[in-house]
Design a binder for this molecule. Sequence first.
Ligand code: C2E
Ligand code: MG
Ligand code: MG
Length: 531
Amino acid sequence: MSEFFIATIIAGTIFLLASLVSTLRICRKTSLASWYLLFYFIILFIIGYVGILYYFVSFPIDTMLVSIVACILFGGGAFVFLVIKLSYGSLLSIEKAVEVQRYQAEHDALTGLPNRKMFFKNLAKTLADDTSCSVLFIDLNDFKQVNDTFGHHFGDQLLIATARGIQQNISNYASLYRIGGDEFAVLTTYQSANGLEQCVDIITKVAKQPVEIDEQFINVRLSIGVSHYPQDSVDMHELVRFADLAMYEAKNTKQTLIFYHDKLIQKESNFLLMTTKIQTAIEAGEFLLFYQPVICAKSGEEHGLEALIRWPQPDGSYLSPEYFIKIAERSTLILSLTKWVIFEALNNLPRLYEAGFSGSLHINLSAQDLKSHDFYEFICSLHENDTTITDVLVFEITESAMMTDIKCAREIILALTEKGFQFSIDDFGTGFSSFSLLRELSINQIKIDRSFVSGMLTQKADYAIVKSIVFLAEQLDCSVVAEGVEDYETEQALISLNCDYVQGFYYSRPLPIENLRMNINHFKKSINEFN
Ligand code: C2E
Ligand code: MG
Ligand code: MG
C-alpha cells in the first residue's frame, strides 16, 4: 500500500513540475503578476508534496485516510497540470489568431501584397531614416471597363497576374503594395538614379506583355506617376499626393510615365480654382444655353435642337464647354450643370415653340450623371410633374460615358427608356464597345462623330465608316445623325447614303434663343454670317 501512495504523490509532483514549465512560458509571454504568483504557488505546492512524501516515507502509516490523501494530491497535481496546459494552448491559439489578423490587416487578400497601411508605415519609416527614395503610383487603365465587360472574376485574375508580374521582377529593387482597387504603389530606396530607371523599365516591360486569363490574352496599359524624396518634398503626404498627381496626369495625357514637376501642382490649383468659379457661375446664373438645329437630310426641315451650354467670359469670349465640362466632371458639379441645362431647356420650351420649334430637344449627359441615383430621381420628379417631357427630350450620351460604369448606366438608361425617354449615342465611333452597347440597350439614335463626317469626302476610310454606320443604324432600327456638316457636298453625299438627319455649321452654328428661327433658309444663311 505504501508504495502505491508514494508513487501517487510522486506522479502528482511530476504533474506540478510539468505545470511549472508551462507557467513559466506563460509568465514570459504575458508578464502578468498573477501568473508569477501562480508560479510561486506551484513551487510551494511542490515543496508541500515533497514534505508530505518525506513524512510518509519516514513514518509509514498504512490507512485508508492516507490513500485518500495521496489520491487527492495526485488529482490536485493533474488538475493544475491540465488547467495550465489548456491555458497555455489557448494563449498560443489567441496569439496565432492575432498574428493572422495582423497579417490580414496589413496585406491585401486578393493579391497577397502588403496594403495601403503597410505602404504608409514603410514610407514613414524610410523618411524617418532620411533614406532617399522614390514613390511610384501605378494605375491600370480602363480596369473598370474590363471588369464590367468580362466580369469580376476576370478583373480579379487580371489584378493578381499584374501584381505577380511586377512583384517577381522588381523584388530586387523595390517593394510593391496594393493601395486601392486597381492602384498599386512601389517604394524604391535604391540609391542610384539607374535603380529607379531599371524599376520603371521593368514595370513598363511587364505591362507590355499580354496577360493570359481564362485562355484570353489581354493587354494592360499602365499609368505611372513618380515623386522623389527629398527632391520633390520631405513631407510624406505631399510626396504621395505628388505621385498621385503625376499618375493622374499620365492617365489624362495617355502617357505611361510622368515624373512629378511643379507645373502639375499649378494645374491642380487651377483646377480647384476653376471648380470654385464654376460653382459661383452656377449660383450667379452666368451660364447660357445655345441651340443648334438638327435637320432632316431629305426635306431640309428642322427636326430638333441640340442644347449646348455656353459660359460667357468678361472679355466677351466663351469658354469652351469641352474644357469646363471636363473639370465639372472631375467634381460633383457636373450634376448641377446638367440639372441647370435641363431646367433651362424646359423653361425655354414655350419660347422655342413660339419661334416655330416642334421636335426633339437633345440634352447632353455626362458619365457622372449616369452614375448618379440623384440624376435618375431628378428626371423622375420632372416626369411626374409633366409626363409629356418624354415626347420632347432626347438624351445624348457618349460611348465612353456609358462605359465608365456600364452596369449603372445600363440600369439608368433602361429605367428611363421604360418611362418613354429616348437615347442617342453621341460621337459614335470614337469610343469602344459600341456594338455591345447597341445590342444591350434600346438606343433610338446614333450620332456619327464629326471627325468621320468632315473627312468623308477626302478620306476613303472615313467615307466607308460613315456608310457602314448609316447601314448599321438602319438594320438596328435606329435613326442616324451626321454631326459636323460644313458644306453642300458633304450634305449631298450624306443624303445619297440615306442618312436621316444632319447637323453642322452648314445649317447653323449653335445660337442663343433670341437668334433662333426655325427656318432652314435662315440656317443656311447663318453660316455665311458667322464665317
Ligand atoms: P457634342 O455633344 O458632340 O456637340 C457638338 C459639338 O460640335 C458642339 O461643340 C458644336 O458647336 C460643334 N459643332 C457642331 N457643328 C459643327 C461643325 O459643323 N463643325 C465643327 N467644327 N463643330 C461643330 P460645343 O458646343 O463646343 O460642345 C462640345 C462638347 O461639349 C459637346 O459635344 C458635348 O460633348 C459637350 N457639351 C456641350 N454642352 C454640354 C452640356 O450641356 N452638357 C454636357 N454634359 N456636355 C456638353
Ligand atoms: Mg451632343
Ligand atoms: Mg457629338
